[in-house]
Design a protein around this ligand. Structure first.
Ligand code: ZN
Ligand code: ZN
Length: 258
């Protein structure tokens, strides 16, 4: 199986290091056949910092195009952004999508039905919020604006105890991914964030094993994403663990979204 990665950041989001070329060089060195650059999209409506600035977007595209010219004979390089879902901004997604090869959904923020406030996916505390997150994700998937769903199991980051709500959420998300035929990502960055070793098993912040065992019951494509914020760690021990994790569960892993 070819090595690839479609979830890659760079210095523009203000919490990653390295420019596009730094990541491309590592990808070539590690024998990757395809690399998608998908930094956090500018979102001035919701983020003052920690995201690319709108005025940086054209420079970002230019840098990827320059890398395509320089390294195109060694590796396929794609243009992308990782972006939240806000239904009031759908036109903006079309504008970005025109200039990109694919769009990554990264739901760090979710909403509850009948409530326009934004809630952090990192701070989910109740079973009710788990279901709200999942329903919000279906709405995003069914908008058909996204070609790749990053860390769909992010709702477990703070909740941590697998229960009926979590199980229901996993079914809701898997069903939507199957219906729209969009790949779900097994994200290696959650392994970098926390790796708990227990006598008989390992547990990561994400990917969350029980979630993926449910995904497996559906006709859903999955992909391994590095979500790297440091070019030196794009291909690391955690990427290998993520591949092994997907294999052991028996997921249908694709190497390319194209
Ligand atoms: Zn990030
Ligand atoms: Zn990311």
């Amino acid at each position: 199986m070819n090595k690839t990665n479609f979830h890659t950041h760079n210095y523009r989001c203000e919490h990653a290091v390295g420019n596009v070329e730094d990541y491309v060089k590592v990808a070539i060195r590690e024998g990757y056949t395809e690399l998608g650059i998908s930094d956090h999209a500018p979102m001035p409506e919701y983020y003052e910092d920690n995201r690319m600035k709108e005025e940086d977007f054209s420079g970002y595209l230019k840098e990827i195009e320059d890398a395509q010219k320089k390294y195109g004979d060694k590796i396929k390089i794609y243009k992308s952004l990782e972006i939240e879902y806000f239904p009031e901004l759908l036109e903006k997604y079309d504008k970005y999508r025109e200039k990109l090869d694919y769009l990554v959904l990264g739901l760090h923020i979710f909403r509850k039905s009948g409530d326009n406030k934004n809630y952090s996916s990192w701070k989910i505390k109740t079973g009710e919020d788990v279901i709200s997150y999942a329903k919000y994700m279906i709405e995003a998937i069914e908008s058909r604006k996204f070609d790749y769903i990053a860390h769909p199991d992010l709702y477990m980051v703070n909740y941590r105890t697998w229960d009926e709500s979590c199980e229901k959420a996993a079914h809701i998300i898997s069903k939507a991914a199957e219906k729209i035929d969009v790949p779900l990502e097994v994200n290696a960055n959650g392994i970098r964030k926390s790796f708990e070793r227990h006598p008989d098993w390992d547990r990561y912040m994400y990917p969350y094993k029980e979630f993926w065992e449910i995904v497996k019951q559906y006709n859903v494509r999955t992909i391994i994403g590095s979500d790297t914020h440091n070019f030196n760690r794009m291909e690391d021990r955690e990427m290998e663990i993520a591949r092994k994790f997907a294999k052991e569960i028996g997921l249908n892993v694709i190497e390319s979204i194209f």
